[in-house]
Design a protein. Sequence first.
Length: 227
Amino acid sequence: MTKKPELLSKKLGLIFNQPERFALALTHRSMGAKNNERLEFLGDSILGFVIAEALFEKFPQAPEGVLSRLRASLVNQESLAELARQHNFGDYLILGSGELKSGGYRRASILSDAVEAIMGAIIIDQGVENCKTWVLKLFAERIAALRLDNWQKDPKTRLQEYMQARQLDIPSYTLTSQSGLPHEQTFKVECAISLFDKKYVGSGFSRKKAEQHSAELMLEQIARNSK
C-alpha cells in the first residue's frame, strides 16, 4: 500500500502551498496523462545548474572538464536513485498497477525521475531560490566529500586507500540481503572499518554497486568526523 505523500513531504522538510503539486511529483506516467514528467523536466534543469554552481565555487581552480565530470558523478540516475532510497521514496510513489506488480518502486529510473520532479514542484510552488536551498541541503554531504585528488576513483578504492594510508585494516564488506526478481534484484551490503563501531549498509542493483554505496556512506561519515 502506497503511503501518503504528505508523510514524505514532512520527512523531507517541505511544506507546499499546494500539496497536490508534491503528490503530482510522485505520480508516474503509468497512472495516465496527469503525471510527473513535466515537473521532472523542470527539476532536471535546475539540478544541473545548482550542482554546477556549487562545484564552481568549491573548486575555483578546477578546469571545465573536471567540473563536468564531478557534476556527472552527482546527478546521474544511480546517484539520484540512491538518494531516493535513503528516504524510502518507493513507499510513496504513485504507480499504475502494472508498474506496482513489476516492482517499479525499486527501479532507478522511476526513483531518480521522482527526485527531479520534486525539485520542479518546489520551483512551481515556492520559487527557484527555495528549490536551490533544498537541492543544496539534499546534496550537502556528497558535495562535501568530493576531493579533486581522488574524484575519479570509486568509493571502495578511496576508502581502502584512506585506511591503508593510516596503516589500518582494509574495509570489510558483507552481503546482508538479496531480493527481487532475477532480472531486477536489489543487493544490500554492509561496510565495516576499524575506525568506527557503526557499520553502514549500502544498496544497489548489483553487489558491486551496493559495495560502492556502502563505502560512499562510510566516507561521508569520515568526512563528518574530520570537520
